[in-house]
Design a protein around this ligand. Structure first.
Ligand SMILES: *Cc1c(COP(=O)(O)O)cnc(C)c1O
Length: 466
């Protein structure tokens, strides 16, 4: 065995002790750690001839790279929609690498870890009060989940028009309908050969809403006269967390011929609370649903979930089967994930989610979700209580969308955001809402408290230039 490899194997215990100490030091300092780095380039490493061994490599990482690591898992990182990592999720994630299982088959390959994934999907359905009519699995994130769901929707659209897209490719255009789709769904239409411009954008119910106009939608469906369509609904838009009217759409679903996909990447988690579950009432009739566990579930990145109704499993296998031979028999009888999703080999992505769901249960997640919403509301109230900022939409759930009171000059807003980011105390991302640049703060991290909100707002106030 190669010298460095052999040495590392013999010294693994002390190597892991050193790594554990470093990890704990980082996590205990996470709230104080900067949310931004002012280093913009790093020196590229050169492949060593002999290799340094793990400890020397760790030292090198600490000298050159560690300082670039920002507090994106910390309590005041409100950019994008980024959850942190609960202690249980961390343990699960660590063990994924320790056990390094092959997660394809439920039985037959000497490994049953795919059953843990199916079981974790069941836990997610239970958390979100969804019926057990969905087959689900883990992919990298909501983008790939949208891709997986929309790929099966494409197969369905094709079948409705007597085409087998998986076999013959896309040969005609499809009716795709949405009002405020996430950018990733549009990217998926491009990746799927449907074409990102082939989407019929319907109006929202009013100027100040991002929710689809259901009446227009029904008119559109009537006009299609039975021609199949794909509806991409938003279960929480990223700017103002507006929801399409799921109940109204579920009634249309009973009457018209369309595949109903819901992108509920983070909004899905509203369903675990009695206070906000109404936002998703009726969603259990959807054909497919996208959920991101690396958002409100607070597991580390690389954790998106797709849910696709079991009745579509043949379409799903036709889309993803990893074989040139036509599929024989019931695909669920000899279930293997590689026939149900884009990837073949994957890490055991379900384990962090399984750990955290078992460790904190329904009540733990209700508390995280409600606290995130309370924190967002509090920041919204503080913003409304001053003359320096304007709240651009009511805080409907966990996101605050705002701008400066003097917002006629977009460069002023940019400069303000730049100062805010440079403070290292809080991180928010710019967005475009109603054609104008503004700022968005998304609350999903389990660590964030009321005290953080106070610090966030004080920092914002102190950076106003009169
Ligand atoms: C975050 C998000 C996505 C994309 O998720 P990734 O995990 O970054 O791939 C898609 N849709 C919605 C609504 C989101 O919030």
């Amino acid at each position: 065995m190669y010298t460095q490899l052999n040495q590392d194997r013999d010294n693994l215990s002390s190597i892991l002790d050193i790594t554990k100490k470093q990890s704990l030091d980082f996590l205990s300092q996470l709230p104080n750690r900067s949310t931004v780095t002012n280093i913009s380039t790093i020196e590229a490493s050169v492949l060593p001839e002999e290799g340094l061994g793990t400890l020397a490599t760790l030292n090198m990482f600490n000298d050159n790279i560690e300082k670039l690591m920002v507090a994106s898992a910390g309590p005041r990182y409100l950019g994008f929609v980024t959850g942190g990592t609960t202690p249980a999720a961390l343990v699960g994630d660590w063990l994924v690498s320790i056990y390094d299982q092959n997660t394809q088959s439920v039985r037959g390959n000497g490994d049953v870890s795919a059953q843990i994934e199916l079981n974790t999907i069941k836990l997610i359905l239970e958390l979100l009060n969804l019926p057990h009519v969905y087959m689900g699995g883990f992919v990298t994130g909501a983008t790939m989940s949208n891709f997986t769901c929309l790929a099966v929707a494409r197969q369905w659209l094709g079948k409705q028009l007597s085409q087998n897209v998986a076999l013959h490719g896309v040969t005609q255009s499809y009716k795709i309908i949405a009002a405020t789709p996430h950018s990733s769904s549009i990217k998926c239409l491009s990746m799927l050969g449907i074409g990102s411009s082939n989407i019929l954008m319907l109006d929202t119910i009013s100027e100040d809403r991002e929710s689809i106009d259901v009446q227009l939608l029904e008119e559109q469906l009537i006009a299609l006269n039975g021609e199949p369509a794909l509806l991409i609904s938003s279960g929480g838009t990223v700017n103002t967390v507006d929801f399409d009217d799921m109940h109204a759409i579920s009634l249309l679903k009973r009457k018209y011929n369309f595949w109903w996909h819901i992108d509920a990447a983070f909004g899905a988690f509203a369903a675990c609370t009695s206070e906000y579950a109404y936002l998703l009432k009726g969603w259990e009739l959807a054909d497919s649903i996208t959920i991101d566990c690396h958002k409100w579930l607070n597991v580390p990145y690389d954790s998106g979930v797709f849910l696709i109704r079991e009745e579509h499993r043949y379409l799903q296998v036709e889309t993803f089967q990893n074989s040139n031979a036509p599929y024989l028999g019931d695909p669920l009888e000899n279930f293997s994930y590689l026939n149900f999703l884009p990837e073949n080999s994957r890490r055991m992505r379900a384990l962090p989610a399984w750990f955290t769901l078992m460790a904190y249960g329904k009540m733990g997640y209700q508390e995280i979700v409600l606290r995130s919403i309370a924190n967002a509301r509090l920041l919204g109230q503080k913003i409304q209580s001053t003359e320096d900022f304007i709240l651009l939409a009511p805080v409907r759930l966990n996101t605050v969308c705002f701008t400066l009171a003097n917002n006629d000059d977009p460069s002023k807003l940019q400069q303000f955001l730049h100062r805010l980011t440079a403070s290292g105390k809080v991180f928010m991302t710019p967005t475009v809402y109603k054609g104008k640049m503004c700022i968005r703060a998304a609350f999903v991290n389990w660590r964030t408290t009321e005290k953080d909100v106070a610090l966030i707002f004080d920092t914002m106030k102190s950076l106003i230039v009169k």
